[in-house]
Write a protein that binds this ligand. Structure first.
Ligand SMILES: [Zn+2]
Length: 278
């Protein structure tokens, strides 16, 4: 069986990474990767306004231009990392990404619609310890079993309990040097966006490695074991319940968790005080 090395989560200078796509492509090639995947951040219009690391339509054009040079070294695939209900997800699919950058962060229903309409792929990043949002599991085609950018092991427990979801081990590299800290080995050559989307949705589990070729395997936690034993009806019921819970309205001063920080809900609320997709 042929084996190909890939890391699907990395950042460049177009958000909070330290290197250009060209330098990252040079290093990815040296390390034996099949392609380079860049997933810069987009924080939405409200939060993004005060965050110079956030992607914009203009910056995406610049990133694509920079990728022309990088592609002379190695195939480059561009995704986007966005907050969604207190977690973060990677979005793959040019049409969906264009839509998000233009219209802002989607609500959960918006993301479901986008997925249906554009066939994009969604991968849940670094699920945190208190992660139990079933409808996020439902919408994601895959999830990060391991993210070597997370210092705390509790944010890196095996998510293998989520049957039929492809799990990933990514480096979340913010500089070229860390591209190889966590990576995957797959049996097909992924060099284009559609190759990647197809693989993410394939249900085929990649092999996960840490730098130095150490293979990772960790036991699923209690929540994951519980989810994996649910019938699809039970799963749907629990998911509907969770979605309903998320439709509850918030007050602007209510504190909500975003990326590990408690912040006032104000900037994340829709006009009817429901939570935006954060
Ligand atoms: Zn990231």
């Amino acid at each position: 069986m042929k084996q190909y090395k890939i890391n699907i989560h990395a950042h460049s200078i177009f958000s909070d990474g330290l290197n250009t796509p060209y330098i990252m492509a040079l290093e990815a090639k040296r390390l034996g990767f099949t392609s380079l995947v860049i997933t810069d951040h987009f924080y939405g219009f409200q939060l993004g306004k005060n965050n110079h690391f956030s992607m914009t339509v203009e910056k995406m054009k610049m990133l694509k231009r920079a990728c022309i040079e990088a592609k002379k070294i190695l195939p480059v695939i561009v995704g986007l990392e966005i907050p969604h209900f207190g977690q973060e997800v990677l979005v793959f699919g040019g049409e969906a990404i264009k839509n998000i950058l233009k219209k802002g962060l989607p609500t959960h229903e918006g993301l479901i619609a986008l997925k249906r309409e554009t066939n994009c792929a969604i991968v849940l990043c670094h699920p945190s310890e208190d992660f139990d949002i079933l409808e996020l599991i439902e919408i994601c085609d895959g999830y990060e079993q391991y993210n070597s950018g997370c210092d705390l092991f509790r944010n890196n427990r095996n998510r293998g309990g989520f049957r039929d979801k492809v799990s990933w081990c990514n480096s979340d590299a913010h500089h070229a040097d860390s591209l190889e800290v966590g990576y995957n080995v797959v049996d097909s050559k992924i060099t284009t966006e559609s190759d990647l989307i197809k693989y993410i949705k394939s249900g085929k589990q990649p092999l996960h490695f840490l730098k130095g070729d150490k293979m990772i395997s960790v036991e699923p936690n209690e929540f994951e074991k519980k989810v994996s034993k649910m019938s699809s009806d039970e799963m749907k019921e629990a998911s509907d319940e969770a979605v309903q819970k998320l439709k509850n309205t918030f007050q602007p001063d209510d504190l909500i968790w975003i990326n590990g920080e408690q912040v006032p809900a104000g900037p994340y609320l829709n006009k009817d005080n429901t939570l935006r997709g954060v």
